[in-house]
Design a protein around this ligand. Structure first.
Ligand SMILES: O=C(O)[C@H](O)[C@@H](O)[C@H](O)[C@H](O)COP(=O)(O)O
Length: 236
């Protein structure tokens, strides 16, 4: 089981304030201690306000590397690109000088681009200082979608990234081809934060803490990981 630190907030604003403080102090401490900081980021509505807040803070951004937790295999200009989302929320203002390591590359498919992406991720300062995760109502986290093609590999491999082809659902929309941190990639961090909004996702989270199939609820594999320190932030 991961070491869980659950924090329940009254509002999204309260969760955002705590997340922004945690990210800022983690980056500052890593820069002081190691000379550099590495932060792995997810898309989604939950972290967006904290990213915007962070982007205005006067950190030594030239010593920060930001990298993606997961990505749809679409170009960076695509409206569903997580890379575009991070560029427009986090990598603005003071934070525009951070290094950005993305997942999407020129390969035609995620499978074909996996080795290049793995090389880029293997070169990151590790363990990562902090990794921000979201979750979907289907129990996916990163792009570890239930019963996806590539999921078993992603849960078993010691590599950091893996191509995933999700089963199409309301949650995935039409773009099912993804690149994702693997379970080992998610665990390759000093501290992870899981952001959960709403009662329905909280119920999925509670179910994921119960014994059961990691293929049905991939978040369960993260919660089961013995070496992970995970803060769980929930707001209504
Ligand atoms: O890549 C995706 O499909 C989404 O980014 C997704 O994984 C998202 O991170 C979660 O569904 C959490 O979303 P919220 O932050 O909006 O709760």
């Amino acid at each position: 089981m991961a070491q869980l630190n659950e924090q329940f907030f009254d509002s999204k604003d309260a969760m955002t304030a705590q997340l922004a403080e945690l990210l800022s102090s983690t980056l500052s401490d890593a820069i002081t201690t190691d000379g550099r900081a590495t932060m792995l980021v997810s898309g989604g509505s939950s972290p967006a306000p904290a990213y915007r807040h962070l982007s205005n803070l006067p950190l030594a951004w030239d010593k920060v590397t930001v990298a993606m937790v997961d990505e749809r295999w679409v170009d960076a200009e695509h409206e569903k690109s997580n890379e575009a989302f991070i560029n427009s929320t986090l990598l603005q203002n003071e934070a525009s000088g951070a290094e950005f390591v993305t997942m999407k590359n020129a390969a035609a498919t995620a499978q074909a681009g996996q080795d290049e992406c793995e090389s880029a991720y293997a070169a990151l300062k590790a363990p990562f200082d902090i990794t921000i995760l979201g979750m979907g109502p289907d129990g996916h986290t990163a792009s570890l979608f239930p019963h996806a093609q590539g999921l078993e590999q992603a849960l078993q491999t010691s590599e950091l990234v893996c191509a995933i082809n999700a089963k199409q659902s309301e949650v995935t929309g039409s773009i099912t081809e993804r690149m994702s941190l693997t379970l080992a990639g998610i665990a390759n961090t000093k501290h992870a934060v899981l952001l959960i909004s709403g009662e329905a996702k909280r119920a999925v989270y509670e179910e994921a803490k119960q014994p059961g199939s990691e293929l049905d609820i991939p978040l369960r594999a993260v919660l089961n990981h013995p070496e992970l320190t995970l803060s769980v932030f929930w707001c209504p």
